[in-house]
Every structure is written in structure tokens, then in C-alpha cells.
Design a protein around this ligand. Sequence first.
Ligand code: GLY
Length: 456
Amino acid sequence: MFPTATYQDRRRGLRAAMGNATVLLCGHQAVPRNYPANVFPFRQNSHVLYYCGVSRADVALVLTAGEEILFGPPEHIDDVVWHGPHETLDQAAAKAGIGTVRDIADLGDWLTSAGGDLSYLPPYQTNVLNWLSTLLRKPPADVAGGGSEPLARAICDQRSRKTDDEIAEIEDALAVTHDMHVASMRATRPGVRESEVAAVVQQVALAHDRAQSYNPIITVRGEVLHNNHYGNLLGAGQLLLNDSGAESPMFYASDITRTCPVNGTYDERQRAIYDVVLKSQLDAIAAIKPGVLYRDVHLVSAHVIAAGLISLGVMRGDPDAAVAAGAHALFFPHGVGHMLGLDVHDMEDLGDVVGYAPGEARSDQFGLSYLRLARPLESGNVVTVEPGIYFIPALIDRWRAEDQHADFIDYDAAESYKDFGGVRIEDDVLCTDSGSRVLGPVIPKTADEIEAVMAT
Ligand code: GLY
């Protein structure tokens, strides 16, 4: 855990922002896989972690103008029998500087008797929604729609600006992630199964006693953006896209993507596309500084991708006009990144509160509509920068059949890349007072650097 004062300061800030409201932050419960005693690995709700650092099931944190209470299950000897001796709830609360601990069974009555203005966050797990529905004695649909936007905004405001000790956690995670990616590059060769590379990545994380921040994407079908299947054999001439990251001891995420040639050497076509994506990523990182709209960072990437594909004959015309029209999104159909912190997509459980200013809506243009973060950057924000070029056969067919953006796309050329897959390059980047800093140890990134690692 962080020092006690860290949690006290965070809660003081939230309570000041929320005035007389009663704030309820619900922790996670153990979620059964197939019967009650066989549960998915437990991961605490990140808001609860942020405000008290308590990583155990069935707790709830209540903050009022004058009180801080941690509700949780009382100690039971069965817990020791089945799970071994552990820190008591009182001890965990004391480390977070919370003086009052109460039985979770009393929470419903406590909330009823407190009355007044209760603020909670919109639940995103059904079991938490049902729990809140019971506690608040309201139907789940009413509870789901009753989340407090002022609370979400106050929390986003605090959590978006990372402190030095949070950045140290992310960099701690990235040190393990570095090893995961280097091991993955060394394990990549023709005839190996994707699952074997995924196992190498997991081996490194587990050997460091780390969870992974999300289900890793390790695939030769990199054009499938969230591909969590590991069933393909790696073939000579293919690219392997690895999007994976470890969690830190205090549950901060890392999120890194590298794309390497299964053969150990990029062929001419692969290297040309790779270098366009690399320039797009480096230019986007260079554009980051306080006050810059993250939407504009996205557009820097999009511009480089359009210009690069024009120079390779896959697109044509003026890159600015192509990007304004959204034609590049055939090959770059996602946003350039997102906030990163305790969550890999930090605070996206709160919807677009984290990424868009009040009243600002997402674009309805294909591609840009997936941009999760558009607002001005601030010093202390940590974001991913992860442009990519993908050749998605079904999307090429669809756009061609609809004659979409035919003035900017050479469909015959695009068709010739249908076997290519995809390239994505991703780093985790801190917005500093004057610019940006790529976090963590250097993870081989240029085509030459990756080939050099694969050769050893
Ligand atoms: N790295 C996975 C994602 O950003 O969704």
C-alpha cells in the first residue's frame, strides 16, 4: 500500500469536492465461474483501491462530510481455515487511516438511516448492481440510471493526474512488461503456436507474481483488433502482434504492443508499413504536451498513416483531405489511445466523463467515433499511444462494394494486402509540464531493434 497519508489526502480531496453528499463506493465480490466456491481471480474495484487500497471482497467505503467508514465482513474462523491467516479488516482500515469499521450486513440500514443525498457510481458488474439494488431498496434499472455524474467527475479529476508514486507503480509494471515482450519476441518463430507465445508471456508475469492488466492479444491475425484466441500456428512470412502488459503490486496497469516478424526479419512490404506506423507513433508522442487536445494527437497519427499509405500507393490524394473525410479509417479504425492508471482503460467504467468535456459528444465518423479520449491533456495524465495499420478483408470488401472514399483509396492495391494482418505499436506516455515522457524501460521498437532481439 501507499503511505496512509496518501489515502487520507485522496479522500479529503473527494469529500471536499462532494460537499454534504454521502459517497458510497462499492467494492467487488468474488464472482463464481461455475459453482460458488470456484471463483474467477479476484480484482478489486479500482476506485476502492484508489481511496483506501483495500483489496478484499465484499467491502464498501462510505464517506460523508464528517465521517469515513469501511464496511466489510467480520472475521470468521472459516476464513482462516480455508484461506490462511490474513490481515484483519481493522488492520487494513488502519493502514488507510480509516478509524471506523462496520459489519457489511449493517450497510443497508446505515444508508437508510443516513438519508440525504447519496452519491454512487454506475455499477458495471451485474452482481454489484443487484447488491446495490438490495441496499438501496430500489429496482436494478433505477439503480443503474442513478449514478452520480458530479461524483464521477470529481473522481476523474483526481485520478487523471498521476502522482510520482503512481507513475513509479506504472513503471514497475512496465519493467515486467519489458521482459514479457522480449521473451515473446525470442519465442516467436515459424511452427510455434500462438498459445505457446502466450504461455511465455504469462510465464514471465507469473514468475514475477504479477497479474496481467487485461487479456493479452497475441496473434498473427493482428487485424482482428481484440483477438483473444491463441489457436493459430505461426507461419513464415506472417507478423505476430503482441498487446500485453503486467499489473504492478498495487494494481496499476501497463499496456504495450509490439509487432514482430515470425521469420525474424521484416520483408520489404512489412517493413514499409511498419515504418509508417512507427513514424505515426513517434510523431503522436512528440505532439503531447499540456493543453493539446488528445483528439489532435489522434489526428497527427492519422495524418502520418494517410501520407504513408499514399506514398505506398494504397491511398491517394491529399492526406489532410483524406483524414478530414475519414478515409484513412479503413486502415486505422480505432482511436490512438486512452488514459492508463489503475485500469488499463482508466476510469472508462464512468463512460465518456474521463475522455470528453461536459457537453462534448463523440464524433459520428467511423474510426474517430472510437476515440476514447479527446479532451485537453494535463501534466500528470498517462495515456497510451497506439496507432496501427490493419488490412481487414471484410471491411475492404464492404467499403469497396459501397464505393466508399474511392477518390482516396486504391482498392486494387488494398486488396493485395488482404493477407497482411496488422501492425500496432504502443507505449505508455506521461504528459509532463513541458512535453511527454515514454514510461518504463526501453522496449525494442524499431524494426532493426526487434530483429536484433529476435536474432539472440
Ligand atoms: N490493450 C488493449 C486495449 O487497449 O484495449
